[in-house]
Design a protein around this ligand. Sequence first.
Ligand SMILES: Nc1nc2c(ncn2[C@@H]2O[C@H](COP(=O)(O)OP(=O)(O)OP(=O)(O)O)[C@@H](O)[C@H]2O)c(=O)[nH]1
Ligand SMILES: [Mg+2]
Length: 451
Amino acid sequence: MGDTIVAQATPSGESALALIRLSGELCLKIIKESCGLPYPTPRHAYYKKYISVNNDTIDQVVVTYYEEKKSFTSERSLEITCHGNPIIVRSIIEDLLDRGCRIAKPGEFTLKSYLNGKIDLIQAEAIADLIGAKSKIAIELANKNLNGELSDKISRIQSKCIEQQAIIEAFIDFPEDDIGSEQTENVIKELEKSAKEIKSLLDISERCDIFNDIINVVLVGPPNVGKSSLFNCIIGNERAIVDKEAGTTRDFIEQKIYLGKTYINMYDTAGLREAKNRIENIGISKTKELIENSDLLLLVLDNSSPYPRSFNKEIKSLLQTNNVILILNKTDLTTKLDLSDTQLNHLEKCYSTIKDKTSIDEIIIKISTQLNTLFEKHKEFGLYVNMRQSNSLKASYVSIDTCISRITSRIDIEFCVPDLKNVILNLGEIVGVKDNEDMLDQLFSNFCIGK
Ligand SMILES: Nc1nc2c(ncn2[C@@H]2O[C@H](COP(=O)(O)OP(=O)(O)OP(=O)(O)O)[C@@H](O)[C@H]2O)c(=O)[nH]1
Ligand SMILES: [Mg+2]
């Protein structure tokens, strides 16, 4: 009999309710003995007292039983919803351990589901992606993978390659067939089609990084232009120190916020200038690192001061990224800024003053519109391909390319079968391998406990 595993599926800490999840043979015995339900109707929610092995009532719970083959893991499963007090959760889990269960490893429920053939590897990964998604579009794409869209596409390419392998093997077995025949041309055509499809999935994977990482939005500009003031207004909290003295912010400040349809990391940074102070210079180097890793820059200038010519040498690095919003701040004061003979003049401008909330709201709308365009570009591809999947795609692309060259050049044609087998194997690995324990351990260890 395999182990029966248990874990809290909801985050720890106080909450209205908490969910404890079990999978394994002992589930039926446990629901009978702890909740007095010897013959539970599967998928029926029962409101019961949970009684411990020592006959103490731990809590009033809602318990649901799932029969074998019809649960997420394909094993007998139980879901116990108790009140979200960590002491209650702990008491129930300790009681379940006394009854013979063991604590689940990270991702073990999903691993069981995969090993028992309920989902493939792409779908297992999609579950982790869905939980960790930082934006609505990332959720949408993870859901598509969970529904099997990517798996279907890869399986279709794989079946086509298997068909072509059979045809090529027939050529080799019956060499009297003319190798230059129409049939050979068809094989090349079919393989080229598959190669193109693999390539297009690879192209998608290169643009998928945005879904793995949180978006970085960085406020930059000369000192004293109002970056920290704007930062505080955007995040809705007086986090950063604001002062009339230039060079106030030295170490950058980071705040995670939900804006538009995504989580972003918003950064306030040290003003860029030729500083004499050593610590300020360290801050400025950090600002430059953040600029390099940014997805969107909010370049702030003071609309009430003449353009600082010394800022020109900073501009080159700032404009290397395509995503810049130019904010002209302090519009409540008299305009003295003139950008007409600067490289910034062509940028779309956004006017603001911290004294007018509407102007701040407009900046927020601009940021979310810009982020949405960034995402929409990715959404067009309609699918999500992660790094592991992309590595296997790369390997299959190399093999299919070699295979096509061998057939086209009519040399070493018998060696193209191992190439094609490699393609098929690598595509198969994307959807699932069951005999690579190290790979599975590594993949599922990134999951949270209880999933
Ligand atoms: N009148 C006016 N003053 C502003 C506005 N925004 C900021 N200030 C003032 O400008 C001064 C500098 O503001 P900060 O937000 O500290 O500027 P900063 O760009 O973060 O400056 P450093 O950290 O030194 O690079 C402060 O005295 C603010 O009160 C604005 O829209 N209008
Ligand atoms: Mg500042």
